[in-house]
Design a protein around this ligand. Structure first.
Ligand code: FO1
Length: 304
């Protein structure tokens, strides 16, 4: 059994590679909910949905989020009405948010609704929001405070960040299912997701850090930075702005004490000794899941 601490796109691709590599291993994703938002009265969970659509083979792989073959008629009409159309919700994707919102209003937990949606999409990976409580990642920027999606989508993460806050995380309750999956997994994997804004909101939930620190020999993290650059999103820029090193060594320093092994890309091999000096084993492989052979190599490294 493998449990993967997961953000969105990078985690979704890793989970897909792990499943293809081993069709029988029990896979669980404990997923960040700090990106979640309420818009148009709808509860939207981008990371959970990105993983769900990717594992169902229903995602738009080029864009990374949303459904393949999507249409945008509702957004077009909303724009004509002068409504908020900066966060693009496809016509079919909207059904997911309508369903989730209605079920939450009926009293279901996010964990329960996620399981219902995952069953509908035929998933053979267990998806678990880290908590059923509201957690919101927020940014203090040079242009004032903003919510996660205001920073990420509306401002194209193109504004200087002074601090990241995760509202609600310290008081959030780690769900029973997520706790069990972390305690019982043979291996815990930290996906190649943004350490500061995808993984930290998970680590901030009381209990998660403690479990990882106790089990650190069984914890493996994959650096999302390759040659000091994030494949997607602002991880490199944010790590620099917040005072860390923007490379695989910076990631290892960030996870110090929590991981027994770091997987880094071949281009970062010169950093291996310095990373080992942070107190973990280092495995060097191709971490860019550009094609199925590379994805397989990464899946093998995670299992080794
Ligand atoms: N990302 C964008 O860059 N632009 C969008 O309009 C957008 C809409 C969107 C709708 C539903 C969804 O589940 C995800 C969506 N994303 C969009 C992706 C997402 O907001 C971010 O990539 C993640 O939150 C970061 O992990």
């Amino acid at each position: 059994m493998i449990t993967v601490l997961s953000g969105g796109v990078g985690a979704a691709r890793l989970l897909r590679a792990l499943r293809r590599h081993d069709p029988v291993v029990a896979l669980t994703a404990v997923v960040n909910v700090g990106d979640d938002l309420t818009l148009h009265g709808l509860n939207i969970c981008p990371d959970l949905d990105t993983i769900m659509y990717t594992l169902a083979g229903a995602n738009d792989d080029e864009r990374g989020w949303g459904l393949a073959g999507e249409s945008w008629r509702v957004m077009e009409r909303l724009g004509e009405l002068g409504g908020e159309d900066w966060f693009s919700l496809g016509d079919l994707d909207l059904a997911t948010h309508l369903y989730r919102t209605q079920r939450l209003a009926q009293g279901a937990t996010k964990t329960e609704v996620t399981a219902e949606l995952a069953a509908h999409f035929g998933l053979d990976v267990t998806l678990l929001p880290v908590s059923d409580d509201v957690i919101a990642t927020e940014f203090e920027t040079e242009q004032g405070e903003m919510s996660f999606q205001e920073y990420f989508v509306r401002r194209h993460h193109d504004v200087r960040v002074n601090a990241v806050r995760v509202r609600g995380a310290d008081e959030a309750r780690l769900s029973d299912a997520a706790r069990r999956s972390l305690v019982e997994a043979e291996r815990i994997v930290i996906a190649p997701s943004n350490p500061l804004i995808s993984i930290d909101p998970i680590l901030r939930v009381p209990g998660v850090r403690e479990i990882l620190a106790e089990r650190h020999d069984d914890v493996v993290a994959i650096s999302p930075l390759v040659g000091g650059v994030a494949l997607k999103g602002p991880a490199d820029r944010l790590m620099r702005e917040l005072g860390g090193r923007a490379d695989a060594l910076g990631v290892a320093e960030h996870y110090r004490g929590l991981v027994g092994q770091m997987i880094i890309d071949v281009v970062d091999a010169p950093l291996a000794d310095a990373i080992a000096a942070t107190g973990c084993r280092v495995r060097v492989t191709t971490t860019v899941m550009a094609d199925s052979a590379h994805a397989r190599a990464l899946a093998e490294a995670v299992r080794a």
